[in-house]
Design a protein around this ligand. Structure first.
Ligand code: C2E
Ligand code: MG
Ligand code: MG
Length: 688
């Protein structure tokens, strides 16, 4: 591993090539030397045999004549053959007859041929008989050394060594070529890879060169880098888009809550440094849920977009508008001169909402409740301001919606109380803490009780009596109004069935249905179920709706009202005069009655012109075949005047407070003689 890291591929290849070529060369030279030696030895043996034959032939005569000088002359001819060490001529009896020595120190001939011994591997010997005809006359022995062969072998080995050197040089040169063509491109690839992995830089294309395979590797690497660059670009784009989406609202394009919180932190820091006044407006649409539930989310979305652009058109460029929830918007008003300026802006925002929105053929009216918190003591944080503006917004909603409220200290406790109430309300029905009281409503001409209004009561074991004005808004905000509303409907119908056995029958029951409850798509079914399960005839049920049900989709509200009318149930418009009182839709509504808000009656004796207004409303209602009910009658004088103004029915503490046992009241009133004109005040039962 260490070696693999410390040497380059080319060096490795070079070492392998060198070892391989050296080994091949060594084997080749050994084999060559060996073969060459065998060949030379064979040649030498043949030459010795030939020379020995010639000398044996030429020595026959000197042997025959025992002419030693002639024999030695013959042998001296061997001087021309330098490799011949000695030549020994023996007579037919085996005695040495003549001899030749290359040098005096060289091997000599033994006295008798029988004494000739073996010479070892460094010498060659040839033995030939000297024959005259077929007659043996002597023998010749030639001895040669291997000097020539050794010299030739020497030369051969030097040649091989030279060859080895040349091949080493060639291997070295090809190694550096390899190094250049393989190792360097691979190293530059490795550097590029390191750049990608360690530095995260995708700008790491490499030069395409080197051997074909390496060039292909570089090409592949480059295309991989191009692909990585493309993916990296896409990932960055997607990341940027995500970042943007995480900070803006995709529907309206406005900043979302997250970005708004950042703006708020900056705005607070600026206001603190420059000692400026700054306000936060928390806007919640009234009736938006109705639009969503009745006309669908696509219309709801369009509405939110239009609302956003209307709101934007009413604020300065330096102010920040954001959508911070489903139908909730918030605005930061920076550097305002006075606290009241925030209220003026809020009023202008409410005003811009009064024109109906026209969306895909629907005419939609929504209001808004706006809460204002002001940064003035330099202590508040963004979350404080938001919470305060939120509490103020809820106060505006409780105050009747479509209005503005500033955050006040007492709202702080209201907010925490709301939370407690909501938690308690969840189990209240199951625990039997919710029950109904009934308040009578009288015919102003005959004085007869014509119906009882069912009013929900909540008695909590620890918190005591909790007024509906406190828990109904909590039920609406938490969605608990649906089970609560169904429970009230059922209980009221069941109670009303009991009244029909009294002599005063038929007596109607009026049940309040909140706008949110009415927005439910099951409201008509809920009413049917209550009637069916209790057996109350539909004409004996009057549903009280408020003007807020007209917010959202008027069309859908109308359809539901008509369905209820078709069932035989009658409808009354409760708290008339407190909502946005747009009279234009009134003729379209299938109402049996309108119920004048208590404020009309309370102002009757004090505010001039009040009676004229009531007279006009009565005339208007009668012209549309609707009866008029006055609620909140507390004084006799009020009752007298109201009757004179033509109001058809009356309700109020003067005539009867809400109580748990209406049947006893019915029995008491039927036992009393009827007054011909006017209502008989009833001293009633327990107060709520
Ligand atoms: P509302 O429907 O307008 O009911 C009349 C309210 O005026 C009742 O208050 C009643 O006690 C009160 N009232 C009647 N005569 C007089 C009077 O002469 N003087 C004064 N000062 N008050 C009078 P309550 O029972 O506190 O109910 C308040 C509101 O709570 C109701 O106003 C109604 O909007 C709501 N509410 C009550 N029960 C239910 C319910 O079961 N469902 C729904 N959705 N709302 C309910
Ligand atoms: Mg009512
Ligand atoms: Mg009312």
């Amino acid at each position: 591993m260490k070696r693999a890291l410390s040497t380059s591929l080319a060096t490795d290849i070079m070492i392998v090539v060198l070892i391989a070529s050296c080994a091949a060369l060594a084997v080749f030279s050994m084999v060559s030397v060996r073969l060459n030696r065998d060949r030379l030895l064979a040649q030498l043996d043949a030459q010795l045999a030939t020379l020995a034959d010639i000398i044996a032939q030429n020595s026959t005569a000197p042997l025959d004549f025992e002419d030693r000088d002639a024999a030695e002359n013959v042998l001296q001819a061997l001087r021309r053959e330098p490799h011949i060490l000695s030549s020994c001529l023996y007579s037919g009896s085996g005695a040495l007859f003549a001899e030749y020595r290359r040098t005096t120190g060289d091997t000599f001939c033994p006295a008798r041929s029988a004494q000739i011994t073996s010479l070892g591997p460094h010498y060659r010997r040839a033995l030939r008989p000297a024959l005259r005809g077929d007659k043996y006359v002597g023998s010749i022995i030639l001895t040669s050394d291997l000097r020539d062969i050794a010299a030739q072998e020497h030369r051969l080995i030097i040649t091989f060594l030279l060859l080895a050197l040349i091949s080493l040089a060639i291997a070295g040169a090809s190694g550096s070529v390899l190094q250049y063509r393989i190792s360097r491109p691979i190293r530059s690839l490795a550097r590029a890879m390191h750049k990608v992995t360690a530095e995260g830089s995708f700008d790491a294309h490499v030069r395409v060169w080197g051997s074909k395979d390496i060039a292909q590797l570089a090409l592949g690497f480059n295309s991989m880098i191009t692909e990585l660059q493309r993916r990296n670009r896409l990932a960055k784009l997607a990341d940027e888009r995500l970042q943007e989406q995480a900070r803006t609202d995709s529907l309206t394009g406005l900043p979302n809550r997250r970005l708004f919180t950042e703006f708020l932190t900056i705005a607070i820091a600026t206001a603190r440094r420059k000692q400026q006044l700054m306000a936060l407006l928390y806007i919640d649409l009234d009736g938006f849920k109705l639009v969503n539930d009745s006309l669908g989310h696509s219309i709801g979305d369009l509405l939110l977009r239009d609302v956003a652009s209307r709101l934007k058109s009413r604020i300065r460029v330096s102010d920040s508008l954001a959508r911070i929830g489903g139908d909730e918007f918030a605005i930061i008003l920076t550097d305002i001169r006075e606290i009241q300026n925030a209220g003026s802006v809020a009023a202008s925002l409410l005003e811009c909402m009064t024109t109906p929105f026209r969306l895909e053929g629907h005419e939609i009216t929504v209001g808004a409740s706006i809460g204002i918190s002001v940064f003035q003591d330099g202590q508040q944080h963004g979350t404080d301001l938001l919470r305060q503006a939120d509490s103020a917004m809820y106060a505006a909603k409780r105050g009747g919606r479509n209005r503005v409220a500033y955050f006040t200290e007492e709202l702080r406790s209201v907010a925490s109380e709301r939370l407690t109430l909501e938690n308690q309300l969840r189990g209240a029905i199951g625990r039997g803490e919710i029950f109904l009281h009934y308040q009578p409503e009288f015919d102003s001409l005959t004085g007869n009780i014509i119906r009882f209004e069912a009013l929900a009561r909540w008695h909590h074991p620890q918190l005591g009596h909790i007024a509906p004005n406190r828990f109904i808004p909590v039920a609406e905000e938490s969605g608990l109004i649906h089970p609560l509303g169904r429970y009230v409907l059922e209980q009221a119908c069941r109670e009303a069935v009991r009244w029909q056995t009294t002599p005063s029958a038929p007596i109607q029951v009026a049940v309040n249905v909140s706008p949110l409850q009415f927005s439910s798509e099951t409201i008509v079914q809920d009413v049917c179920r209550a009637l069916d399960s209790t057996g109350l005839p539909p004409r004996l049920l009057q549903i009280e709706l408020t003007e807020s049900v007209m917010m959202g989709s008027l069309q859908r509200s109308l359809e539901k009202m008509q369905s209820l009318r078709a069932l035989g149930v009658s409808l009354a418009l409760d708290d008339f005069g407190t909502g946005f009182s747009c009279l234009s839709y009134l003729p379209e509504l299938p109402l049996a009655a309108i119920k004048l808000d208590r404020s009309f009656v309370s102002k009757l004796m004090t505010v001039s012109g009040s009676n004229k207004m009531i007279r006009s409303i009565v005339d208007l209602a009668h012209s549309m075949n609707m009866r008029v009910i006055a609620e909140g009658v507390e004084e006799k004088s009020q009752l007298e005047l109201i009757k004179k103004l033509g109001v058809d029915e009356v309700q109020g503490f003067l005539l009867g407070r809400p109580g748990p046992n209406p049947i006893s009241l019915l029995q008491a009133s039927s036992a009393r003689p009827q007054q011909s004109c006017g209502v008989a005040p009833v001293t009633v039962l327990s107060t709520s």
